[in-house]
Design a protein around this ligand. Structure first.
Ligand SMILES: Nc1ncnc2c1ncn2[C@@H]1O[C@H](COP(=O)(O)OP(=O)(O)OP(=O)(O)O)[C@@H](O)[C@H]1O
Length: 248
């Protein structure tokens, strides 16, 4: 579904990603893990064409999106839904207006059809009937669910999650993970989940990739990565710093 080939990204003199190769199969969920600031969000933004690589390419469903013009890129982006780290809801809009945001320019859908699709998306994230609430009235976990409803309302083929469980307690995190799994299986979407929540990674990922020092250090079935004895992978998974190199 997505293929990244030899992707290198620099910001000024800082190289953030170097020679990244990654394949994401249709219908699978891939977890991308790595230290804070290692470039996970930057990689995610390349998958949807929000950033352009300095070298290499990104192929989505057979189409090279690198250096694609904005009009064709918009077409490709319709395949994607994205759940941002902060859920990114508009506080001045109701839940229904937030969830329906992607439909604001669609003349082919009646208000009744939009309301039905919004209700269906809210149902799928276990928040039926909260259309008229405001984001400020919701807990952090509920806001994430509304963000997820907004991401799935137009039935994307690929869902990108940027830290879906950050800032949530373990119980709410588990419920978000269960939703990610349910949506993946129910809507048959390809999922890419950026996280440094190890429990969440283990629950939702068919495969896991560890980004380290600008490269994909390891990628494989999640259980194999978690069972690895490689010292870099172990330190990351067990959350143990290296006394000789506290920053690594
Ligand atoms: N638009 C930008 N302009 C300049 N530098 C940027 C830009 N976006 C990201 N960076 C830099 O790229 C590096 C990687 O950032 P990124 O947000 O991808 O990290 P991350 O792995 O997602 O971190 P975290 O886990 O803390 O969210 C950082 O050093 C950041 O400052």
């Amino acid at each position: 579904m997505i293929e990244v080939r030899g992707l290198t990204k620099r910001f000024g003199s800082q190289t953030v990603l170097e020679g990244i190769d990654l394949r994401i199969e249709r219908g699978e969920s891939l977890v991308i893990m790595g230290r804070s600031g290692c470039g996970k969000s930057v990689l995610l933004k390349h998958l949807i064409g929000l950033l352009q690589p300095d070298e290499g390419s990104v192929i989505v469903d057979g189409q090279d999106i690198t250096r694609m013009d904005e009009r064709r890129l918009l077409e490709v982006r319709r395949k994607f839904g994205m759940l941002f780290q902060s859920a990114a809801l508009f506080d001045s809009l109701s839940v229904a207006e937030n969830v329906a945001f992607a439909f604001r320019n669609r003349r082919d859908l009646t208000p009744g059809e939009i309301a039905r699709r919004v209700a269906e998306a809210l149902e799928l994230v276990d928040l039926p009937g909260i259309e008229n609430k405001r984001p400020a009235e919701l807990s952090g976990g509920m806001r994430k669910r509304v963000g997820l409803a907004r991401a799935i309302v137009y039935r994307p083929e690929i869902l990108l999650y940027d830290e879906p469980t950050s800032g949530l307690d373990p119980i709410v995190s588990d419920s978000i993970d269960q939703l990610i799994i349910r949506i993946r299986d129910h809507l048959r979407v390809t999922s890419v989940v950026v996280t440094h929540d190890m429990r969440s990674a283990r629950r939702v990922g068919h495969r896991a990739a560890l980004l380290h020092e600008k490269r994909i250090y390891a990628v494989g079935p999640t259980e194999a990565i978690f069972a690895s004895t490689d010292p870099v992978i172990r330190r990351f998974i067990d959350g143990v710093s290296d006394p000789k190199h506290p920053d690594f």
